[in-house]
Design a binder for this molecule. Structure first.
Ligand SMILES: *Cc1c(COP(=O)(O)O)cnc(C)c1O
Length: 476
């Protein structure tokens, strides 16, 4: 047997090239409270419950208790009526998948179900459509990137009988704005259709923003017609990865989400989520973080992250060449550039200066931009970030535009991936610098510039192939 400390040492060493999850400089994927005691409580809670199994609530009653307390706290944030219930899931995507499948299965009379979603709805709704055979009717958003409630109502009226769900975001991930939930939910309710509010990324921060006196467009269960809400503990709940909460206004609305089968010789299955055997670790971690922070802790973290947001909004406005695609309603920013510099080069430059911001490719009326999800822990670094950003703007300007050869650009634009063999496609990827090898190049701008010209289907094929090639077993 090896020395356990050697094994753990290797495990920690393997993380060297990962993005830092602490320090407030990683502005996507991670949410840092900046509070070491919160991280300690989370770590120890996950470890203490790592072996518990949520498969059978009667075998691990502690998990039922933790879940009910966590859901109760979440409901206190979103004006949950006394009838409301909820489930802890593995993440925002699972909450969305379950909201969609519950809506679908509440309507067994509908053979070809459809749901009406704004074009800014999270990718998880497209995944749900794909998995569960629900047609996603995508409605263009307005110029401010908020859902167009009138256009969504018209899309509903096109086929009320087949529509199982309407969707709004609070806020949307890509632009950080809140949809007109009141109007969308009223339309849905008038036709007896469910309305899901995706507050995966806003659910744990907007309620505290409102308590701090910020103006927040109504989006909770206080809005008539809202039937379910998703809110991710592993984002602004500052909990360890692996939990989100899906809330329903009544137990009746949730009932189709509960899956049971006795049609096999083993134990009778009753699952509230997609998983069956399910570690108690993430649930315990989320519960512990919520106990540790409480209302006062979340309020202070919200104050910090909104202060960081306000200072960044003002700071970015003062940098020539940059603009925000939308005034943020929450704590997310989408930063675009003018013609004097390339946005993907800007992203490379800022990332080389010790930050991580996320490229968002152009899509419809949304130009290519840099996405920033702020954390409370970003606040002490705002001035640093703004000076790094200003330096990066100058550097990107000096480097000039990313030149994509005319011929290659035309080829990428017109590429029909469905007509290519795997070998042909992999040849193209290798030529674009995305072939097999050890990971990605230092500068991503040339690759992003190419992808930005490609149709969504080509982008999808590229990332699928890239990840397929990354995923190859390493044998001992
Ligand atoms: C993050 C997010 C999701 C998906 O959540 P995951 O936890 O990444 O699965 C869904 N909707 C919105 C608005 C999000 O920001």
């Amino acid at each position: 047997m090896p020395d356990p400390s050697d094994v753990l040492g290797r495990l920690l060493a393997a993380q060297q090239r990962d993005l830092p999850v602490h320090g407030g400089r990683t502005l996507a994927y991670v949410y840092d409270s900046g509070l070491p005691e919160v991280d300690r409580v989370a770590r120890e809670a996950v470890a203490a419950y790592a072996g518990s199994n949520g498969l059978d609530p009667s075998a691990f009653p502690s998990l039922v208790q933790l879940e009910n307390e966590l859901v109760g706290y979440a409901l206190s944030l979103v004006d949950g009526p006394p009838s409301a219930v909820g489930t802890v899931t593995s993440g925002g995507t699972e909450s969305v998948l379950l909201a969609v499948v519950a809506a679908r299965d509440s309507r067994p009379d509908v053979t070809r179900p459809r749901m009406v979603i704004p074009s800014t709805a999270h990718a998880a709704f497209h995944k749900a459509a794909h998995y569960f055979g629900v047609e996603a009717v995508v409605v263009e958003v307005g110029e401010d990137f908020r859902a167009d409630a009138a256009a969504m109502a018209a899309a509903l009226e096109e086929d009320v009988d087949r529509t199982i769900l309407m969707v709004a975001s609070a806020p949307s991930y890509a632009h950080g704005v809140i949809d007109p939930v009141t109007a969308i939910a009223a339309t849905a309710a008038a036709r007896g259709v469910r309305c899901h509010v995706d507050a995966c990324i806003g659910g744990w921060v907007l309620p505290f923003g409102a308590r701090l006196g910020r103006e927040v467009e109504p989006w909770t269960f206080a809005v008539p017609g809202v039937t379910s809400i998703s809110m991710d503990t592993h984002k602004y709940g500052y909990a360890p990865k692996g939990t989100s909460i899906l809330l329903h206004r009544t137990p009746e609305l949730r009932r189709p989400q509960l899956y049971a089968t006795a049609s096999w010789p083993g134990y009778t299955v009753i699952n509230t989520t997609l998983q069956s055997t399910k570690s108690g670790g993430p649930l315990a971690g989320a519960w512990a973080v919520v106990q540790q922070l409480g209302d006062a802790g979340y309020l202070e973290l919200a104050r910090q992250v909104f202060e960081a947001t306000d200072r960044l909004v003002a700071g970015i406005a003062a940098i020539d060449g940059l603009r925000l695609l939308a005034e943020p309603d929450s704590t997310l920013l989408a930063v675009a550039t003018d013609d004097s510099l390339d946005v993907f080069t800007l992203i490379d430059e800022i990332n080389q200066r010790g930050w991580h911001v996320q490229p968002q490719l152009s899509y419809g009326a949304s130009p290519a931009n840099a996405h920033l999800s702020l954390s409370a822990a970003t606040l002490p670094h705002v001035s640093d970030f703004l000076s790094a950003l200003a330096d990066s703007v100058s550097a990107a300007r000096a480097l000039g535009p990313v030149e994509v050869d005319r011929g290659i650009a035309d080829f990428v634009r017109s590429l029909d991936v469905s007509a290519l063999s795997d070998e042909e496609f992999e040849g193209i990827l290798a030529a674009a610098g995305l072939g097999t090898g050890d990971g990605l190049p230092e500068r991503m701008a040339p690759i992003n510039a190419l992808l930005d010209l490609a149709a969504p289907a080509t982008r999808e094929a590229v990332v699928r192939s890239f990840v397929d090639q990354l995923s190859r077993p390493v044998r001992p």
